[in-house]
Unconditional design. Structure first.
Ligand SMILES: NC(=O)c1ccc[n+]([C@@H]2O[C@H](COP(=O)([O-])OP(=O)(O)OC[C@H]3O[C@@H](n4cnc5c(N)ncnc54)[C@H](OP(=O)(O)O)[C@@H]3O)[C@@H](O)[C@H]2O)c1
Length: 276
């Protein structure tokens, strides 16, 4: 069993299940309440994880801004901002993003090849090389040219290292590619979704979990992760949902940590229905 942080994925989603429009723009569509919930989750975390696609489209980190949440972190003996980790196989991230000017600890998790791009300069406070052979590339012919592109991030090793480095609560802010890989590993413990009042449509618009997908079939190594509703809270035009994730395939049981006593942020008592 690997020791890893308790991991929560957080998304704002259109009523038809999309997390962005078909142009994959980083434009936000959640309300102020949605922003506040996200900020509370970030404030309760030791680290925030994001795929490079999400950073490239939005350009910024989600950081703690509100005085009460900054005070809360101070009282808990935590630094003002959780560390912000970007996962990128290629390391190909534009240097002119606002992200690089925000007062946050910036970490890059990448391959040897990706790290090469950041050898000079101090844009990232830390660079973790955490690579392995891409399982999807196994069987493909390997030449000197393709060898490097067949590398990907060893997410299990990354999570294990994070835990060893004092990260107990991890907030994953997308996108669908990274979250799909984490679900594949059985490494998402909780998911928070805000259903927002719009339809984005588009066959290729991203969803909270992209990747290959799962099967609606028990006892398969691709069985769909199952959700238990923890809370549902309608606020104005939006619905805030919180689910605990469980995995039916034994390979995931071997990897799942015992659930911690609390979750990433204990929710306020919802005025709506609360699941038992
Ligand atoms: N509404 C919301 O709450 C919300 C939240 C997040 C994102 N979004 C939206 O989602 C879209 C971005 O999604 P996306 O599909 O680009 O997903 P993403 O997971 O953010 O980014 C994909 C990229 O991240 C890196 N990556 C992800 N998983 C990896 C792994 N296992 N190993 C190595 N590298 C990995 C790769 O970077 P490299 O290409 O650099 O190798 C990959 O191309 C944007 O439109 C964004 O606005 C919406």
């Amino acid at each position: 069993m690997i020791d890893r942080p308790y991991t929560t994925a957080i998304f704002a989603m259109s009523a038809d299940g999309k997390i962005s429009d078909y142009q994959r723009s980083g434009r936000k569509f959640g309300s102020q309440q949605d922003f506040r919930q996200l900020e509370e989750c970030v404030a309760a975390s030791d680290a925030v994880l994001m795929g490079a696609g999400t950073l490239r489209s939005g350009g910024t980190a989600m950081r703690v801004l509100s005085d009460d949440l900054l005070q809360q972190r101070h009282t808990q003996g935590k630094p003002p901002q959780p560390r912000q980790l970007i996962v990128s196989r290629s390391g190909n991230i534009p240097r002119d993003l606002k992200f690089f000017h925000q007062p946050i600890p910036r970490w890059l998790v990448t391959t040897v090849q990706g790290a090469e791009l950041w050898r000079t300069g101090i844009a990232f406070d830390h660079i973790w090389v955490c690579e392995c052979r891409d399982p999807q590339a196994i069987g493909r012919s390997e030449s000197a040219v393709t060898r490097d592109v067949q590398k990907t991030i060893h997410l299990e090793l990354m999570l294990h290292r994070l835990k060893g480095d004092g990260v107990h609560q991890l907030a994953v802010l997308g996108g669908g590619a990274l979250v799909a890989d984490l679900f594949d590993l059985g490494a998402i413990d909780e998911i928070r979704l805000t259903i927002c009042p719009l339809i984005l449509g588009g066959a290729t618009a991203p969803t909270p979990v992209d990747g290959l997908g799962f099967l609606n079939q028990m006892h398969s190594d691709r069985s769909a992760p199952q959700l238990t509703l923890l809370a549902v809270q309608p606020v104005n035009q939006e619905i805030f949902l919180r689910y605990r994730v469980s995995y039916s395939h034994p390979r995931h049981h071997e990897r799942n940590p015992a659930s911690p006593a609390g979750s990433i942020a204990d929710p306020p008592p919802p005025p709506g229905v609360t699941a038992s």
